[in-house]
Each structure stands twice: as C-alpha cells, then as structure tokens.
Design a protein around this ligand. Sequence first.
Ligand SMILES: Cc1cc2nc3c(=O)[nH]c(=O)nc-3n(C[C@H](O)[C@H](O)[C@H](O)COP(=O)(O)O)c2cc1C
Length: 354
Amino acid sequence: MLFTPHTLGSLRLPNRLVMAPMTRSRAYVAGIPSPLTALYYAQRASAGLIVTEGVQPSAVGQGYMNTPGLHTDEQVAGWREVTDAVHAAGGRIVAQIMHAGGVGHPDNTGHLPVAPSAVRLGEQIFTPAGLQDTPVAVELSTTEVEATVGDFAAAARRAVDAGFDGVELHGANGYLIHQFLSQNANLRDDRYGGSVEGRIRFAVETAKAVADEIGPSRVGIRLSPRNGAQGLVEEDAHEVYPALVSELAGLDLVYLHLLATGGAELDARIRDLWPNTLIVNDPTATDPAASAEERLRWGAHLVALGKSFLANPDLPVRLRVGAPLNEADLSTAFGGDHRGYTDYPTLALHPAVA
Ligand SMILES: Cc1cc2nc3c(=O)[nH]c(=O)nc-3n(C[C@H](O)[C@H](O)[C@H](O)COP(=O)(O)O)c2cc1C
C-alpha cells in the first residue's frame, strides 16, 4: 500500500510517504534559506510529499536560532530556489508555518517570546551562548492575537508566491497554536481563552484565514494531542480535539497531520471525525516500513517519517526494496554545515550495495 498513489488536492502523490517537518537551523541570519537547503530538499524529492522545517510567519514568531521565515521578499526569493529545485527533481513541497509563541529567547531573536499568557514555557533553549533558561513570555493583547491570525495568512500567501504547493499550520509540539489549546499556557479571559470553544478559537480562525487566502485545498494542519511538549497540560484533550477537528473539517482543509500521541481512543476518534486526507506520524515507531503499513491499515492515507528521511534521501526506494537504512546522527540535526545535512549517502553509494 505504501506505493499506491494518492490524490491530495490538485497534487498526485506517487507514494504514501511524507517527509515530516524537521527544523535544521541552517538558514542565513535574516531567515533566508541557503542554497544548501535547496539541495537538501531536492535530494528528498522522491517523498510523496515534503513538509519543510518550521518557518516563522513573522519576526516575533521565531523562537530558535537560524530558522527560516516567510515574511520578507528576500525570504520568498530564497524559498523560490528551494521549491524550484524540488519541482525540477519531480517532488512536491509544502511549507510548515510555525509560530513558536512562548518558546524562544531574546538572544536568538532580539525580542522576548509572546504567548497566550505570561507564562514560562519549555525549560531551556539553545542560544548562541549555549543552553539558557527560557524567559517568561509576554502576553499577547486581543488585538495582537487578531494580528497574528493575519500574519499566518500573509505568510501563506508568500508561501504560494515562493512556489510552494501549499502550507501546513504547525498546531503541534507546544508552539503557539498548541499553546492556545492548552490549559496551562492559555489563562486568558477574552474570547481566545477559557472554555473549549475559546481555546480552539485561535486555531480555527487561523485555519480559516489561511484557507480564505490560498484556498483550503492547499492547507493542512498538524496536531499532537496530549503530547506534553514544552510542558503543556491538556487534561481535557478528549473534549478539545474532537471540537477542534470538527470545526477544521467544516473548513474543508486538505489534510490533518496527526502525531499519534493522543492515546488509542482519542486518536481513533479524531480519525473518525476527519473527512479528508489523514497523515499520521507515530513518534514511537521503530520499524518505519512495518509501522507505516500498519498505520495505513488503521486508516491513515499517508504516513510521515522524520529521522528516516533526514538520514535517507532516497527513503522510498530503500523501503521498497528492503534495503538497509542510514541512521540519523542527531548531533548534526540543528545548525552546522553540509555535514549531516546533504551528505547522507543514497542507496547506490551504500557500502552494503556498492
Ligand atoms: C531534528 C528534528 C527537528 C524537528 N523539527 C520539527 C518541526 O520543525 N516541526 C514539527 O512539527 N516537528 C518537528 N520535529 C518532529 C518530527 O516531525 C517528527 O514528529 C518526530 O521526529 C517523530 O517522527 P520520526 O520518529 O519519524 O522521526 C522534528 C524532529 C527532529 C528529529
């Protein structure tokens, strides 16, 4: 089943394998992707779909060092080289729009992080001076929340201008959209907080604004129910996620990218509520091929793999022929040069096959 084509909006995917979004912190200082980034993604163009690393929609949306953005003309021009390279290699690529919210540090970005409420998220974060404690975030005013919705829509427009096939909204792993969903990072008493309806409002308004801007058939969203990233608490996830997924389904977004972190019952409930393409990423999977097949049988249409794609530019053909896989070296995951980025060998160069 992994090698059966799938239709995603106007895209025809040749296989069911999605390259999961992975921050690599190798952008130029102004948030512009480098030519090496174009090579890195083009090498992985045989994925059914590539989801880029998290890309900030605004300067204040950046949290980590050397991450790329989609809020200046120079960044759009840099991404154009990436999308052209991927398309020339026969691939398809969407940009993951990631606002880090309260996870950040002024030494990385020049500003204090902003969040739904003035809380401290995460514990420590890498900065040019090494690991430092994360600061208490600045609470966004209601007007600023509304403006942030607009920043996502503007970044989506820029993504299309840069030649991306669509965007994925990062609603997972403890960043801004997820912070709004949680009980401990969102202590607001305006319409973006409080009840379940209030806490899902930012995600829903953002998805709607982005869908209105570029069309729902080019918009997906990633969610990670209850995964506790950055210290988020979601004791009422069984109420929040069904409510959220129902609203998102009403917007007709082209895909939901679910990290299978909600537990069997909640994950199945989300699957059953979602009418369009469902991508699943199982962070506990050990055998990529076997677990991918199992997830397709479970009801996913596509399966996302992260570290396996990082280390294996030609992952689909390797899984197809049962070839050995390179192991990801996580010491070169964030920052640095071509080493551990564009120099993983393809099958023909693998010592076991050569
Ligand atoms: C180096 C690295 C960077 C990551 N950056 C992101 C990111 O920017 N956005 C995101 O949604 N997930 C990010 N993730 C999580 C992956 O998308 C994926 O969910 C996780 O690695 C589990 O899947 P895997 O076991 O197939 O790698 C990152 C993971 C890794 C290893």
